[in-house]
Design a protein around this ligand. Structure first.
Ligand code: NAD
Length: 493
């Protein structure tokens, strides 16, 4: 086991960080409860612990949220009042940035600077959603003839179940919750059992900022019991799920049978397309970031590189040089850019894909390690001689492993890019505007970034096409997701 320096801004805790669950406005401590504990993926010490939520907690939390929705304790406030509270939440996250950063860094095993970037991204979503609280409204029809008039109201779904994954815990809940709160929904949240800490801290901050008790609960628990019970509860009107396509399909089956409103943000196998006319230096830098940020554990990781054949040899050397330069190391060191994978299970999964790619005949190169072996680290790696049908080019590896495929024409690149079940995002590098638009039109993905990558911002929606999901988060459209229309048709004298 490697030991960290004691000089960094985040230190390993002497005792695990303890956070209460939030069940219907009550803080539930770890005393007298079974506990979920999280160990650091590399240092292997206990970093946090919280009470393990139960299906009884689900019942209590949903009942409180349903009662709050029924009594309109939150939706009855004016948009301006809700906006004020959302902005206050943003300010309080910022005031507690060190603690959020510490928890995210320790539980996820992500570099401290990456954790800070994530927290700041989350704050931006709370600030942006606050603007929408005052700008969500329906429509009026005064052109129906005679004394007719139509009012179209936009009403919040009452209780929204929110289920989130482990890779960007605070950011992902912040792509849902502030938008749902902006329009007056209540929420019961089940964060990932691996990284619940920042969502629990957020839940406490919501209460301090004046979100009425019961409007938001946070239940740290497992998917098979707490997550499943939450989705099955008939008082839940909508499920907003971010996670794997496998679990998303399972939830979709049950939500479909119960006719619940559903929003899904699922897996990806994003193509990063580099044309010969691109700014190759910047493209190579972003391709490396796209493949290695968060150790490749991002839904929008650019895990496939599609490179134009005429520049492939040169460009792949640039990518290797970029991967060599990634600062892989101690995640508590502010200079570190890449840390470990979330768990040994994920480490084994990534290595099994590396083995499969080699057995399938692709050539694997990986950045030489420049330090002692650290637990659960995978060095950035590049597969070449990849056939688009290989598993390394089709399936989500969720590690810092890039699969490179060569193309000759725009149409060929589009066909390869679209040739997986996923459709989350894509990157295009070209100086030719016509070509950029051909890609923009032809690629089946919710987000297409041109001459930039992983530049997401709260104003722009995140939408999964194909098996990457349905519905959308972020952007002004996000509030539509959390509301349904009601028509009032009047006959006036
Ligand atoms: P996962 O699907 O295993 O788990 C996600 C959440 O679902 C967790 O909270 C888990 O406890 C819960 N869960 C598991 N089984 C459940 C069930 N039967 N009923 C209800 N809840 C259940 O995903 P993960 O491993 O935590 O996260 C990685 C995945 O998330 C990747 O596929 C990644 O692409 C995806 N992801 C997508 C986006 C996006 O915006 N599209 C963002 C981040 C991550």
């Amino acid at each position: 086991m490697s030991t960290p320096s004691t000089a960094w801004p985040v230190k390993l805790p002497e005792t695990p960080i303890e956070l209460p669950a939030i069940v219907g406005g009550n803080l539930v401590e770890t005393r007298s409860r079974e506990v979920i504990g999280r160990r650091h993926p590399t240092f292997d010490i206990a970093v946090s612990r919280y009470p393990r939520a139960t299906t009884a907690d689900v019942g209590e939390a949903v009942a409180a949220a349903a009662a709050a929705a029924e009594k309109r304790v939150w939706s009855g406030l004016s948009g301006a009042q809700r906006a004020k509270i959302l902005l206050d939440v943003a300010r309080r996250i910022e005031d507690n940035l060190d603690e959020f950063r510490r928890i995210e860094c320790l539980e996820c095993g992500k570099p401290v600077t990456n954790a800070e970037r994530e927290i700041r991204g989350a704050i931006a979503h709370w600030e942006y959603a606050a603007t929408l609280a005052r700008h969500t409204y329906g429509d009026t029809y005064d052109n129906l003839g005679g004394g007719q008039m139509g009012l179209i109201l936009r009403e919040p779904y009452g209780v929204v179940a929110m289920i989130t994954p482990w890779n960007y815990p605070l950011l992902i809940i912040s792509q849902k919750l502030p938008f749902a709160l902006a329009v007056g929904c209540c929420a019961v949240i089940k964060p990932s059992e691996l990284t619940s800490g920042t969502t629990l801290l957020l839940g406490r901050i919501l209460l301090e900022a004046g979100v009425p008790p019961g409007v938001v609960s946070v239940l740290p628990g497992f998917g098979h019991d707490v997550g499943a019970a939450l989705c099955a509860d008939p008082r839940v009107d909508m499920i907003s799920f971010t996670g794997s396509t496998r679990v998303g399909k399972e939830i979709a089956g049950k939500a479909g049978a119960a006719l619940k409103k559903l929003s899904l943000e699922l897996g990806g196998k994003s193509a990063h397309i580099v044309c010969a006319d691109a700014d190759l230096e910047t493209a190579a830098q972003k391709v490396v970031i796209g493949a290695t940020r968060n150790a490749g554990q991002a839904c929008v990781s650019g895990s496939r590189l599609l490179v134009e054949r005429s520049i492939a040899r040169e460009f792949l050397e640039r990518v290797k040089a970029g991967m060599r330069a990634v600062r892989v190391g101690d995640t508590l060191d502010p200079a570190t850019e890449m840390g470990p994978l979330i768990s040994t299970a994920q480490f084994d999964r990534v290595n099994s894909y590396i083995g499969a790619g080699q057995r399938d005949g692709a050539t694997y190169w990986s950045r030489p390690s420049d330090g002692p072996d650290r637990k659960n680290y995978v060095q950035p790696g590049l597969f070449t001689a990849v056939d688009p049908k290989m598993s390394i080019a089709q399936e989500e590896i969720f590690g810092p492993v890039l699969s490179a495929i060569e193309f000759e024409t725009v149409d060929q690149a589009i066909a390869i890019a679209n040739g997986t079940p996923y459709g989350l995002s894509a990157g295009v590098w070209t100086r030719d505007l016509d070509k950029a638009f051909r890609f923009g039109r032809g690629l089946k993905a919710g987000t297409i970034e041109v001459n930039t990558y992983m530049a997401g911002t709260p104003e722009l929606p995140l939408t999964g096409h194909k098996e990457s999901g349905s519905g959308h988060e972020r952007g002004r459209f996000a509030v539509e997701e959390f509301t349904e229309l009601k028509t009032i048709h009047l006959q006036l004298n």
